[in-house]
Design a binder for this molecule. Structure first.
Ligand SMILES: [Zn+2]
Length: 68
């Protein structure tokens, strides 16, 4: 659902990970992503950062041990 507040468009979406509602602001990558695929699955900033961090840790561990 698109809303306009103080002349700025934003979408309200639900995080696929923590199920919280979050907003994406016009002009951000997250906004473009939600706009292109509104019915798709989206994550809030917190979860996105957490998922990226976990992926990086996993990759780092794989590089250190040389196995999965
Ligand atoms: Zn989340």
């Amino acid at each position: 659902m698109q809303e306009q507040i103080d002349g700025v468009f934003r979408f309200r979406s639900t995080c696929n990970s923590c199920r919280r509602e979050f907003y994406v602001i016009e002009g951000t990558q997250a906004y473009d992503r939600v706009k292109r695929n509104f019915k798709g699955m989206h994550c809030c900033e917190d979860c996105k950062n957490r998922i990226e961090l976990e992926a990086r840790l996993l990759l780092g561990r794989r590089l250190l041990t040389g196995r999965d």
